[in-house]
Ligand binder design. Structure first.
Ligand code: ADP
Ligand code: MG
Ligand code: MG
Length: 198
């Protein structure tokens, strides 16, 4: 499925709203197995993204995605800022100057960026556990809602897992029994991008 500049802007705005609405949930998830900053980091970062959308014009999906990438990389600390930033940067690079993006190809590029940067595989209890099944669903022809469903299921699967990457991995076995904050934020963003509630 394809998405033009206005569609990408609207989707990013919905994702920013959803991240803000789920800020406390993401903070609580990160308090359980991390340092408790995930919800605030993302809310702040996407706040700067919305400021940029409000104050500038963007002519292509690639320009929007590149602004999101550079904003997240420069404004969001911790593991997730550079990871999500790299994801958006890869999607932006793929988009180039084209007037539309292929959403599934963009998600696949984003996943490639996160894996290259963070070296996580499915089962490590990270963002990858939500994004990889979402990409797989998209490649299999799922709708955007179906892609978001796959991300939800993938995120839910992290509860049972022991973390092998990131701060939660310091807890070893004690990381099991908790939903991974990054997998959850990925699912929230994809649901919002798809246009549904989360
Ligand atoms: P920090 O742990 O530095 O405070 P955040 O709280 O913002 O960073 O983000 C934590 C999330 O980052 C984790 O829940 C996990 O999903 C994700 N994450 C951590 N390391 C990796 C990695 N190597 N690959 C993919 N995702 C990761
Ligand atoms: Mg954290
Ligand atoms: Mg932190």
């Amino acid at each position: 499925m394809r998405c033009d500049t206005a569609g990408v802007i609207a989707g990013v705005r919905r994702a920013a709203e959803a991240v803000a609405a789920h800020r406390d949930e993401l903070v609580d998830l990160d308090k359980a197995i991390g340092d408790g900053d995930h919800g605030e980091n993302l809310k702040r970062g996407f706040g700067f993204v919305v400021d940029a959308l409000d104050s500038s014009t963007f002519d292509t999906p690639g320009a929007v995605l590149k602004m999101v990438a550079t904003t997240l990389i420069s404004k969001v600390g911790g593991a997730s800022g550079p990871l999500y930033g790299t994801a958006f940067l890869r999607a932006a690079t793929l988009a180039g100057e084209a007037p539309e993006i292929d959403v599934v190809a963009a998600l696949q590029a984003a996943l490639g960026g996160i894996v290259d940067r963070g070296k996580a595989v499915v089962g490590d209890k990270t963002i990858v556990d939500a994004l990889a099944p979402a990409v797989e669903a998209g490649l299999g022809g799922a709708t955007l809602a179906g892609i978001a469903d796959a991300a939800d299921e993938g995120a839910a699967s992290t509860v049972a897992l022991v973390a092998r990457k990131g701060r939660a991995s310091y807890l070893g076995q004690r990381s099991a029994g908790h939903l991974d904050p990054g997998a959850r934020s990925t699912a929230i963003m994809l649901r919002a991008f798809a246009g549904g509630g989360s």
